[in-house]
Design a protein around this ligand. Structure first.
Ligand SMILES: Nc1ncnc2c1ncn2[C@@H]1O[C@H](COP(=O)(O)OP(=O)(O)O)[C@@H](O)[C@H]1O
Ligand SMILES: [Mg+2]
Length: 268
């Protein structure tokens, strides 16, 4: 049976966990650029209906997701767990508009992103979604500020405005004193903070994170999770996080389990 059940446990926002940076940063940042500090967006609901996806390797077809239904409430912090190869990254990439469904629809607010052409999807993505990856995906030859500024290069903002926003985003993740450091000069936790600043800088409603603590020690992982909880709680960002780490999943308001292309609630 390959039908996914729609999971409809009511979300609770991530209420646990103190986040010194997040609590301090909005005030600290508001002097420079209020765009992030004042941002408490009404994030749009996300609704996946009968989403299917297979990969083709030559003549071989590998089905990954089969008729998945899923609803994410505005401002929810959702964790997605499941065995390796179960399609978690695929699902995340579909929701983020990085990849395309074979069938089904993905509504984000009023927009069915599966109907957008490539250019519109790219525009939607740059406005709406921030990405956080396991291995940070920072550009080694750019310093932290330049890395964070990168997503804004496609916007009409002036260079001055871009740098100001990038500085604000870095302040929010507690890295004001590392802006001119290159990724190689930063710890794993600091690199992930930089990546979170980059994900935030365009002020998207949705953050997707693919095993964001997978490469970090326990303390750094805790700091990253504090930061993400804070973004969810204080800024109303919707977060969808793939993780293998039960400690990470604990921070989420709801945990979904993906197994053999099917989605289920992980716990009662
Ligand atoms: N670009 C691709 N081409 C072919 N197969 C892929 C591709 N990406 C992922 N897969 C396959 O799809 C399945 C799900 O992958 P993935 O979504 O990365 O799983 P997870 O993130 O849960 O480990 C795996 O069997 C993987 O090998
Ligand atoms: Mg994966």
């Amino acid at each position: 049976m390959n039908r996914a059940r729609e999971s409809s446990v009511p979300p609770r926002s991530a209420e646990q966990g103190g986040t010194p940076d997040m609590d301090a940063a909005p005030g600290a940042a508001s002097g420079t650029a209020p765009f992030l500090a004042q941002s408490r967006t009404a994030s749009p609901p996300i609704l996946l209906q009968s989403v299917s996806k297979a990969y083709r390797r030559g003549a071989q077809v590998v089905p990954v997701l089969t008729s998945v239904n899923m609803a994410v409430a505005p401002g929810e912090f959702l964790a997605l767990m499941g065995p390796s190869g179960s399609g978690k990254s695929t699902l995340l990439n579909l929701i983020a508009g990085i990849d395309r469904v074979d069938a089904g629809s993905i509504h984000v607010g009023e927009t069915d992103i599966t109907t957008l052409d490539d250019a519109d999807l790219a525009r939607w993505r740059s406005r709406s979604v921030g990405f956080i990856f396991q291995f940070y995906n920072l550009i080694p030859v750019l310093n932290a500020l330049e890395n964070v500024e990168l997503p804004l290069l496609l916007t009409p903002l002036s260079g001055r405005e871009r740098r100001e926003r990038a500085r604000t985003a870095l302040a929010m993740v507690g890295l004001s004193d590392r802006m001119d450091h290159y990724p190689g000069q930063l710890s794993g936790g600091q690199q992930q903070r930089t990546a979170i600043a980059r994900a935030l800088v365009a002020d998207p409603d949705i953050l997707v994170a693919d095993e964001p603590t997978g490469d970090l020690d326990r303390v750094s992982a805790g700091e990253i999770l504090d930061l993400m909880s804070g973004l969810n709680r204080t800024m109303g960002k919707t977060i969808i996080m793939v993780t293998h780490d039960p400690r990470a999943a604990e921070r989420a308001g709801r945990v979904l389990l993906l197994e053999k292309g099917e989605l289920a609630d992980a716990h009662a």
